[in-house]
Design a protein around this ligand. Structure first.
Ligand code: ADP
Ligand code: MG
Length: 728
């Protein structure tokens, strides 16, 4: 164990501990985005033509021609070199999570003894990459394992370390998306079009609607040297065994508590790195569990916010190295201790500056608010299984529905006052809604809304999808997740709903109804038909599970089950109809997700088997031998009376043997189950087998190992314990 620690310490000492950038002096605002090739930098450094071309590409998705691209690339190169970059990379988000990059040098020899720094428009705009080692779900055969990365001008390039990172999409040679960004961009475009059309009922000046996103990132910080003594933490990102500490989070003394100075130093360093990269980090605080923290940026345009969250996670890992911490993004690193999520705060804003989910005091505007609000609730009701599937992963399965995180059932919380508003709307008679002189009533209904926002205290922490004043908050997203996935689904379903809404309202208007009345009529029908999704009670309770079943809501507790929702006829019709994902892409994604699931559970199973046999059992035997030695000695001294004197030790010897026996037989049985699972033909069968045949052994093995942890001499125990890992 000691050698293990020393080995990792040695590795650590090789790492560069110097911060990448130092800028302790001066105001932090002066650091903001200085390593980002944003509008300010472009305006300064690019020709007018090049600048206009990029701005048009950002705003309207127009193509940048190759000559202009050369100019853009040249400016970008010079800027990046001035920031210390020597390489560039097409930075993208593969379906396996995280980010991917392959660095190419600007440096290019021209003759035998001269060289230049080169970066052409072609190199900026598109790269062919050998993508054979990224999963493709059968889209490409390996012999044509070509993929393309293509520049996404709506997310600005940035210099990170010594590399110019160019955000790109990643698609197959045959055109199918192989990443999270491509369908997200399509979904964002769909919501833009659909929401703009609807917003124009209320204001003809609206020509664009942007989705905004703020991700609250939760994480654990663990001392690196201690974490290194735990193969489970290092390999799987979570502890596969370990008994709860005597003092955990029972006292609730950690939430918003004072941040320990060592952690604060980490946060300061991290925030500085983030600001340089244009990530507007704002809030930091202790979370509920020991060693758990949260970092929230100020919200921004969704595509950029997703990119920045991916980048943030990477920066967090790197800065943690400098501070001898390990940062854990796993949704449930410690049993019995709260897990980590990533609340996705979601809203829509018009180019006239109106947040479509912010109620206002004028009735006209409030009708607009109600329209978007109710359409969202309706969309969530219609497609709740897809939202559930969008956050499904092997790691999030340990968190969802675990009595401290949102349940696996999706429901919408809107608070008491808005419920009253919707109930009033629902209970109006058709007459009242369409009648001429009933404006009074409408005003009454909508007039209730503004009061709500003086009081947002009745926020329901158990709800997976909650309205929080001027935005919805999707809370079931896992801390490790790429937010692109849930954001793609949410925007697609709401876009679809808005399109349907528009059709219904238009047809009523064509039939001679007044616009406002038509809108009210359709909204009222939506309030009625989507009632089942609204829930204000305790989402963690057993009663809600039963009630939700009666309401016909899905409750998929495992990833393989949840993922099936992505390939139903309804899902395929939705995503194809909205132009977001094709059937081929959906099936490929389904397979990739299942494959990832299988691998994750398989690795956990192997590591657990190894630790149980190589750490726990040998340690138990060693301690048992000490006890046996002790009993022998007592026998020598006390003769026949030893049985009485050594009864505790003898009992302990017996218990240890019993636990060892069960551990051995359970690990054997688990290995057999794994073998059977591995031989199944499809990923669907394999995922089911890993979920239902292999995973259930984990809890048994853990139970007996944790019992031994309590019995065995602390000095002998090789694995760092919870009370040592969770120091704060
Ligand atoms: P908490 O849920 O922890 O109480 P806050 O109310 O501070 O959090 O806000 C959480 C997140 O919501 C922040 O990242 C914030 O930027 C984001 N947010 C606020 N307004 C919007 C909006 N209109 N669209 C998207 N995100 C928003
Ligand atoms: Mg929140």
């Amino acid at each position: 164990n000691l050698t293990f620690m020393l080995r990792f310490n040695a590795l650590n000492s090789v790492q560069n501990k110097k911060p990448l950038q130092v800028a302790e002096n001066g105001k932090r605002s002066e650091l903001f985005a200085i390593n980002v090739f944003n509008e300010v930098a472009m305006r300064q450094l690019m020709t007018r033509d090049a600048f206009d071309a990029v701005m048009n590409a950002i705003q309207y998705g127009t193509k940048i021609d190759r000559r202009v691209a050369d100019q853009v690339a040249a400016s970008m190169r010079d800027w990046a070199i001035s920031k210390g970059a020597t390489h560039y990379t097409h930075w993208f988000q593969p379906l396996t999570g995280g980010t991917a990059e392959k660095h190419d040098a600007f440096f290019e020899p021209v003759t035998r003894d001269s060289a230049i720094e080169r970066f052409s428009g072609n190199q900026l705009v598109q790269q062919e990459s050998d993508a054979s080692s990224f999963p493709n779900g059968g889209i490409r055969n390996t012999f044509e394992a070509r993929g393309y990365t293509a520049w996404d001008p709506s997310s600005p390039p940035f210099v990170y370390g010594t590399v110019l990172c160019i955000p790109t999409i990643f698609i197959a040679y045959t055109g199918e998306a192989l990443d999270n960004k491509t369908p997200l961009l399509k979904a964002l475009s769909a919501i833009d079009q659909a929401a703009t059309e609807v917003a124009r009922y209320f204001d003809k000046n609206v020509s664009k609607v942007t989705c905004t996103l703020g991700c609250e990132q939760e994480y654990f910080l663990i001392d690196r040297t201690l974490a290194n003594t735990r193969p489970d933490l290092m390999i799987t990102g979570r502890t596969l065994l370990g008994h709860e500490a005597a003092k955990g989070q029972q006292l609730d003394d950690h939430y918003l508590g004072a941040i320990p100075s060592r952690v604060l130093a980490y946060m300061r360093d991290l925030e500085q790195e983030c600001l340089l990269l244009g990530i507007p980090v704002k809030t930091r605080h202790n979370e509920v569990a020991p060693n758990q923290f949260e970092l929230a940026p100020i919200f921004g345009e969704a595509n950029l916010a997703v990119d920045q969250n991916s980048l943030l996670m990477d920066v967090m890992r790197k800065v943690a190295e400098r501070h001898d911490f390990v940062v854990l993004f796993h949704e449930k690193p410690f049993a019995g201790v709260n897990g980590s999520g990533k609340h996705n705060n979601w809203s829509l804003v018009t180019d006239t500056g109106v947040n479509l989910f912010a109620p206002s005091k004028t009735p006209q505007k409030n009708l607009q608010f109600l329209t978007f609000f109710i359409c969202t609730i309706k969309a969530v009701h219609e497609y709740e299984p897809l939202l559930r599937a969008s956050v499904a992963s092997a790691t999030n399965d340990y968190r969802l529905g675990a009595n401290e995180a949102p349940p696996a059932i999706v429901s919408v919380f809107i608070g008491e006052q808005l419920n009253k508003v919707l109930d009033a709307l629902e209970n109006m008679s058709g007459e009242e809604v369409s009648g001429k002189d009933k404006t009074e009533l409408k005003l009454n209904v909508v007039g209730k809304i503004p009061d709500l926002f003086l009081d947002t205290t009745d926020r329901n922490r158990t709800s997976p999808f909650a309205f929080t004043g001027n935005k919805f908050e999707f809370r079931a997203v896992g801390s490790k997740a790429n937010c692109g996935k849930p954001m793609m689904v949410l925007n697609t379903i709401v876009a679809k709903q808005l399109i349907d809404f528009k059709k219904e309202v238009d047809s009523l208007i064509e039939g001679g109804m007044k616009k406002e009345d038509a809108i009210f009529r359709v909204l009222r029908a939506y309030v009625k038909s989507s009632k089942a999704i609204r829930f204000e009670g305790d989402g963690y309770s057993k009663a809600w599970e039963e009630e939700a079943a009666r309401r016909g809501l899905s409750n998929h507790k495992t990833t393989p089950e949840a993922l099936r929702e992505n390939i139903t006829d309804k899902a395929i019709a939705l995503f194809e109809g909205m132009g977001v994902l094709s059937k081929v892409e959906l099936i490929a994604r389904y397979e990739i997700a299942l494959e990832e699931y299988v691998k994750t559970v398989q690795i956990e199973s192997r590591v657990l088997g190894d630790i149980a046999r190589n750490h726990v059992v040998p340690t138990a035997v060693r301690y048992q031998n000490t006890l046996i030695e002790n009993v022998r000695g007592l026998k020598e001294i006390f003769g026949d009376a030893y049985q009485e004197v050594a009864s505790e030790q003898i009992e302990l010897i017996r218990h240890i043997s019993e636990h060892i026996k069960v551990i051995h037989s359970t690990v054997e049985a688990m290995i057999e189950a794994r073998k059977r699972a591995n031989h199944l033909a499809t990923f669907v069968e394999r995922a089911d087998a890993y979920c239902n045949e292999v995973k259930p052994f984990f809890a048994d093995i853990r139970y007996h190992c944790d019992k031994l942890e309590l019995m065995i001499d602390d000095e002998l125990w090789t694995l760092t314990k919870y009370r040592e890992l969770l120091f704060n």
